[in-house]
Ligand binder design. Sequence first.
Ligand code: GLC
Length: 442
Amino acid sequence: MKNHSILIIVLLLLNCHLSAQKTDADKVNRLQWFQDAKLGIFIHWGIYAVNGIDESWSFFNGYISYEDYMKQLNGYTAANYQPEEWAKLIKASGAKYAVLTSKHHDGVALWDSQWGDLNVVKKTPASKDLIQPFINALRKNDLKVGLYYSLLDWSHPDYPNHLRDKKRYENDPVRWNRFVEFNLGQITEISKKYNPDLVWFDGDWEQSAEQWKAKEIRELLLNHNSGVIINSRLQGYGDYATPEQGVPITPPKSKWWELCMTMNDSWGFQHNDRDYKSSYQIINILVDCISMGGNLLLDIGPTADGTIPSEQVNILKELGRWTNKHKDAIFGTRAGIPKDHFYGATALSQNREILYLFVPYKPQGPIVLKGIKNTINRIWVVGNGTKLEWDIKMKAYWSSVPGLIYIDVPEKVLDEQVTVIAVLLKGPIELYREDGNVIESN
Ligand code: GLC
């Protein structure tokens, strides 16, 4: 009898262990395209583009009254909205997915929701669903579809927080439950209507997982589409981390992550924000993300009529030139090696036999690679094919420390932004991380 119970416990534990392994494997499969994608485009498009002010926060923080903020509804025309062109531009940038704000914290939905009437179809001159045509264009271009959805809604009469210093109510379960029903209703709507590949939640910080019904939200999304990916902003029920603006210094702990970042200092269109990062800076930030195994979700903010500002178009085009030339070193690669071995960013092919070196400068002499135990089979310039010469120095026959690999990079092969060098190794990369040794007989 006793043995029997022990056996049952062991079997139960084994079952738990196996199902945990299965969940992990499912997640790895589900997030495969995301891990390979490296670049996505975030789109903040909403009524805030009319005045060119902070999305939602401008009224929440009291820089404009709620009433005046909402007057922007009248100026949101989408008159020049060309979803096909948007998708083509995104495709040309090299991005593999896009994430569009279906509803920001201001509560203005970009589709004709059955839940409430605060949406662009009912309340703005645009008067049409702005999501569907864009999704169609993305799919036509073989791009994955992401929808941003703000869990908190500062316009909804049953949502407790309204302005930073003003609450509608405190502890009123009836009203809160009504809001939850509304939220689950809208989330179900976007899931069924648009079937996104990725749902990008935001604003989860104002309530707990229990209050949002985060677990139920995750389940309803996965029940409808077992392949859907959910970002982290769902109080612990998401799939991948979303550092914001701050470029990671050391590789984030999460296996899957995505840095979301503005091109200037604003998410939405702001005519007065000219503080653009250069394409050189943005490419190097993308390289940082790639080298640490993550993605960059780079934001654009179209104007109220749907025009993508020329500065943003130019950045996307230059990104496209660079990503297209260097695609082998970008898409589907994995995080590179510690900086001790190369003074810069690196990435590895999935079989770990090609090491990609990113060179964002004009070298004054040969670049150096250290502590690589493998034999090198070949070195070439990505997107150009030129074979490069290398020379190994400091390889003492009695020492286990690998020699210094000096690679000559002639000026002629330099990219105008970031040059990429491929190093083909014999076998998967092996790094020397020990302390070296002293000669014992000479
Ligand atoms: C923040 C802001 C929001 C913006 C988002 C993008 O959460 O609340 O305005 O849309 O970041 O990551």
